[in-house]
Write a protein that binds this ligand. Structure first.
Ligand code: 7RM
Length: 650
């Protein structure tokens, strides 16, 4: 890994906007440096201070970090708390009537829910769950559309100490069944359906199918009626409205230990069955609060909007738990960015006066492809900060986001983190850190990130290597549900000196800025040069006719691996002679942008790329297609399965 080469050069730099810094919590590079120094001088003291500042404890902790069972680290051991109290009850004395959720449905109708109303609804559902016999430690599957009741269900579980596992509403019955069975859930909370882009998503039908196929642990199903199509199975299903109707709107919270699992969230690895990532209550909340306060700089007057679904970790830390724990007003959106047209996001920002907006590079690129005229129709002056997450953002898309959406005024927080890390790890503090397009900048104070070779030794500046976190942090993964050995093997491999292995490759530039180069599994080896996929993709997307690109390797007799690029063009997909000409143009372009070594041997055009439901390109499938094989195995987590055939040319 130590000879992983970096070929991307990006020299633009954007200092913090002085107007932003003037009101930011962390307002200068010096303030950032002081926090880094504080954590360095007294690591446990630093985290203890933040844990007391951001989280309300019912019983204070005395131990900060317990490393006896490393890598199963424990944080804030004696502390007791309840996550729903932190997200709701503690705000009631001062802001009971403040709007917690502005929920816009697919059809544009809007509901406002105050913190008091949120409290009452969470309490009623929590009491309802109790009446069904659900108690501390029981697992509950949540399979819901992006409506307030999804967050309410999560918070109701947290209130009684039940462990929730949210399954994204776009997953199939099979994917759902696997997750139900791995958790051994006693209860499922779902809706009759959800609405996305004018079409109903039949959630309850998928639950029925999953249970029919065999989910022996499931006793009850709670069904929220969203689309007026609830079909209840006698003795097993109960309507949400029926369950909650007669319940009191107060519910004494269960004060759990800091290490009590708040939730499990499944994430698919490159091989093997999905991993149930287990998060704690105390440590998770500390980092969720701290990053919403520092990276998004959320304050009482903000209207915050994270477009992620609650089925992803981003929806846990940056929709349900973090923003509510800080007591802010947030927008929650059921639909999709392209419905009724590609102006939906910008229209919603104007309508709700959104000030902090957080979305994924895949959405930014898709909207960029539609041109500048659409966002220009809306008043986006309420925005003060933009964020991205999920993938490396190519400089081209970064610049568009900065110029067209942020009017060159809003800082961009490119946030690197993972399901396993629970919260942002490397991201700019926008009032303090200058940004560079395509870099997630510097580790947050208290996060000891580095880039090392396969033996755990630091590599030099501008050399690619393994991204690691050298010390435990509060919101880190605790284990893989039911598989401690896989947890240790995957994230703390012996040769790496006890560091947490993120599985990403990255480099640091001369200023110490981190540049993510892609997943380690995706690294190419062309004639002995190890190249990250991200840089070649970035060069391709910089061409004015290219909307999206994915790069993989395929075996090559002489070079070891050859570069294969899958490209989506702006406008129509080129065919015949036009495609041939475009192939030559792009090969020359890449050679010119980064050098002949990265020149694709093979370029294929598609209308789209195979992506996970959260928008990540599935390079594993593309590697199969590159050698002419229709991928075998589970493709149910794929957003658009039909694209595989097109890319294969079948
Ligand atoms: C939050 C989330 C994690 C993987 C991670 C990276 C990639 C996420 C960025 C990024 C470059 C970013 N959790 N990734 N954010 N790569 N820059 N800002 O996405 O568990 O679903 O995925 O996503 O490869 O390891 S996740």
């Amino acid at each position: 890994m130590s000879n992983l080469e970096s070929i991307l050069t990006e020299n633009r730099i954007f200092p913090p906007n002085p107007a932003f810094s003037a009101r930011a919590r962390i307002d200068s590079k010096a303030a950032y440096d002081r926090l880094v120094a504080e954590a360095e001088a007294d690591y446990e003291g630093f985290w203890a201070r933040l844990a007391r500042e951001f989280v309300t404890w019912d019983t204070p902790f005395s131990t900060v970090l317990d490393a006896h069972r490393a890598p199963h680290y424990r944080w804030f051991t004696e502390g007791r708390l309840n996550a729903s109290v932190n997200c709701i009850d503690r705000h009631l004395p001062t802001k009971a009537n403040k709007i917690a959720l502005i929920a816009e449905a697919d059809d544009g109708s809007v509901r406002h829910i105050s913190y008091q109303q949120l409290h009452d609804q969470v309490a009623q559902l929590a009491n309802g769950l109790r009446s069904l016999g659900i108690a501390q430690g029981d697992r509950v599957i949540i399979y819901m559309p992006m409506i307030p009741e999804a967050s309410i269900a999560m918070l109701a579980c947290a209130r009684i100490g039940a462990i929730h596992s949210v399954v994204f509403g776009g997953f199939s019955a099979e994917a759902l069944r696997d997750r139900i069975n791995d958790t051994g859930a006693r209860l499922i909370i779902t809706a009759d359906g959800g609405m996305r882009g004018g079409r109903a998503v039949p959630l309850k039908a998928a639950v029925d199918k999953a249970i029919e196929a065999g989910c022996p642990s499931v006793e009850k199903v709670v069904v929220y009626e969203r689309i007026g199509n609830a079909c209840l199975t006698e003795g097993r299903d109960i309507a949400w409205a029926t369950l909650t109707a007669a319940q009191p709107s107060t519910c004494p919270p269960v004060m759990v230990e800091a290490e009590h699992p708040l939730f499990l969230l499944y994430t698919s690895g490159s091989t093997g069955k999905p991993k149930g990532v287990q998060h704690s209550t105390g440590g998770f909340l500390v980092n969720a609060c701290m990053t919403n306060a520092w990276v998004f700089d959320l304050t009482d007057d903000d209207v915050y909007w994270c477009t992620a679904d609650v089925g992803w970790i981003t929806g846990h830390s940056y929709v349900t738990y973090g923003p509510l724990a800080l007591g802010v007003t947030q927008v929650m959106f059921e639909g999709i960015p392209s419905y009724p047209d590609g102006g939906r996001f910008w229209q919603m920002i104007e309508r709700h006066k959104v000030s902090v907006f957080y979305t994924a590079p895949t959405a930014i690129r898709a909207l960029m492809k539609l041109g500048d005229a659409i966002p220009a129709q809306y008043d986006l002056t309420s925005l003060r900060l933009l964020g991205t997450v999920g993938e490396p953002i190519n400089p081209e898309a970064w610049m568009w986001y900065h110029r067209v959406i942020g009017a060159e005024r809003c800082p961009i927080a490119d946030t690197w983190w993972q399901t396993e890390t629970g919260a942002h790890m490397i991201a700019p503090l926008p009032g303090a850190i200058a940004t560079k397009p395509g870099s997630c900048t510097l580790p947050l104070p208290g996060i000891i990130a580095d880039i090392v070779d396969d033996e755990g030794n630091p590599v030099g500046h501008n050399q690619g290597g393994n991204l690691v976190i050298k010390k435990p942090w509060p919101s880190m993964i605790r284990t893989i549900w039911g598989d401690d050995a896989r947890f240790a093997r995957s994230y703390f491999p012996e040769k790496l000196k006890g560091y947490y292995l993120a599985g990403d490759s990255a480099r640091r530039d001369d200023d110490g800025y981190f540049w993510i180069m892609g997943r380690i599994d995706d690294v190419l080896n062309v004639s002995g040069h190890r190249l990250g996929t991200m840089e070649i993709e970035s060069a391709l997307v910089a061409h004015p006719k290219v909307a999206e690109a994915a790069v993989v390797g395929k075996p090559h007799e002489i070079k070891g691996e050859a570069v294969v690029a899958f490209v989506v063009c702006k406008g129509e997909r080129p065919q015949g002679a036009e495609a041939e000409a475009m192939v030559n143009t792009l090969r020359d372009w890449v050679a010119e942008q980064i050098g002949p070594i990265a020149k694709p041997d093979d370029i294929r055009f598609g209308d789209n790329l195979p992506k996970t439901r959260s928008g990540k390109i599935m390079r594993r499938l593309l590697r199969g297609i590159a050698i002419g094989e229709l991928p075998q195995g589970d493709v149910s987590t794929l957003e658009n399965p039909a694209i595989l055939e097109q890319l294969l040319g079948k």
